[in-house]
Write a protein of this length. Structure first.
Ligand SMILES: [Zn+2]
Length: 457
């Protein structure tokens, strides 16, 4: 097995083999840099002195930065004058506050990302491969654009197609351009492999999945459906798009440790957890110039592997992330339903191309009492309120009835669901979407929508 290319790249970049020494030095330097240049950190780190940071334990005293902090006033984070900003990314925010999370990059910041992509891709493709990029790539500085630039530096031919809108079209391009490798969004690539089975299994040898966490069931199916090796990448815009990528052993990511310092902390106490224990992933940029971030809480659930990677690297390995910590809803008394559990159980159903998940509250619905000829709503009539788990399944009409039963059966494999149904506090409802939509919901992260009312008292 080939050792991750990232190891040598990092040693070369930092000019030594002592990553910890380098990272600690950079953390101190960076604290000094942001305190002098960013209005936000000048205030936020007013009690922190870089000379007091002499170990990673000391660094744990530094306060976290949150997504809210950025939304409140992104410009306050800038460390350079706006004329040096070459790319601004506005991230969709789900709330109605209208505040958007904007992330700024200089030319130099983007160059660091290209360099990481280049090195990470070396373990996946070589100059004999032809890559189709199914990620946004029209705009200069977008993830697809930077990836294409990176690939051209290692002489790999690539084409930017963008997120999949038309499966047939993508399938034709695969044939026409003799594509053997894909980089794309997990559910979209799965859907492509199902709809264009033959083309996929005959052509695609390597897949790199990005932009969302990847259910194991999805990786298993893709791997089985062709002679396909499936790699995953972890990154987010705040990280500078790239964060970590899997090596040939396919057991978790090696990280961009020359540019980023990662920690895993308890989401409740904020204290660092041990390797092998799950927590929230937190990172600090070490080389970013435009908008450095210090101890940024990603909201992603993950852990460092306690074991060394099979590829023999001295780099740390982060297990595949499990998705957003908040991507769950409470069904009853501290019992949560995770999107991940739903995905692991529903992805297996081959007829479904995608689905949306929401939880409703049936207290708003009314029941009709025939005898009295009156409408009651659940609450007035003292009928116990139930939650309704609504799955909108993207499936053909002729398959719907069969698939419906399968969905219910698979959902019942999830303990919190089967228990809640037994208790009489949860019902499952399976719907077809209102109108035909293409599979995949673009680059949006998959989540459970909770439409239940908040009760007071
Ligand atoms: Zn490895």
């Amino acid at each position: 097995m080939k050792k991750t290319s990232l190891e040598n790249w990092i040693f070369k970049k930092i000019g030594s083999r002592d990553i910890e020494d380098y990272q600690l030095r950079k953390l101190k330097e960076n604290i000094n840099y942001v305190k002098n240049n960013s209005r936000f950190y000048k205030e936020q780190l007013r009690y922190i002195n870089e000379n007091d940071i002499n170990s990673f334990e000391d660094f744990e005293k530094v306060p976290f930065t949150t997504a809210e902090d950025i939304k409140d006033n992104p410009l306050r984070f800038l460390c350079v004058s706006q004329q040096y900003i070459s790319r601004i990314v506005s991230l969709n925010t789900s709330g109605t506050t209208g505040k958007s999370k904007r992330i700024f990059f200089t030319e130099e910041d983007q160059e660091l990302t290209i360099d990481f992509f280049k090195e990470g891709m070396k373990d996946i493709v070589n100059s004999n491969d032809r890559v189709l990029i199914l990620l946004p790539g029209e705009i200069s500085g977008s993830v697809g654009d930077l990836l294409k630039k990176a690939l051209s530096r290692i002489n790999v031919e690539s084409y930017i197609q963008g997120p999949i809108k038309d499966v047939k079209k993508v399938s034709n391009i695969i044939k026409l351009k003799n594509i053997n490798s894909l980089v794309g969004i997990p559910v979209q690539v799965l859907s492509l492999s199902r709809k264009e089975k033959e083309v996929f299994s005959n052509s695609i040898e390597k897949v790199l999945l990005s932009t969302d966490y990847v259910p194991n069931a999805l990786i298993e199916e893709l791997t089985d459906s062709g002679n396909c090796k499936v790699f995953t990448h972890y990154g987010m815009t705040e990280m500078g798009l790239g964060g970590g990528v899997e090596c040939e052993s396919l057991k978790g990511y090696h990280l961009r440790e020359a540019d980023l310092y990662f920690e895993v902390v308890s989401p409740t106490t904020g204290r660092k957890v041990k390797d092998g224990e799950y927590g929230e992933i937190v990172f600090t940029t070490l080389t970013r110039k435009g908008m450095p971030l210090i101890r940024y809480r990603t909201g992603d659930k993950g852990r460092f592997s306690a074991k060394a990677c099979d590829c023999g690297t001295v780099l740390r390995t982060m297990d595949r992330i499990l998705g957003r910590i908040e991507n769950k809803v409470e069904i009853y008394d501290g019992n949560f339903l995770n999107m991940r559990d739903i995905d692991e159980n529903l992805i297996k159903i081959k007829e479904i191309m995608n689905y949306e998940v929401s939880v409703m509250d049936n207290s708003k619905s009314q029941i009709y009492n025939k005898k009295e000829g009156k409408l009651y709503n659940y609450r007035e009539n003292n009928i116990e309120e139930k939650s309704e788990l609504v799955i909108t399944a993207y499936v053909s009409k002729e398959n719907f009835e069969v698939v419906k039963d399968e969905i219910v059966r698979n959902l019942n494999q999830i303990p919190v669901i089967s228990k809640s149904i037994k208790k009489g506090i949860l019902e499952i409802k399976i719907l077809l979407p209102d109108r035909e939509k293409e599979s995949g919901n673009g680059t949006l992260k998959r989540r459970i929508y909770d439409y239940r009312r908040e009760y007071e008292g």
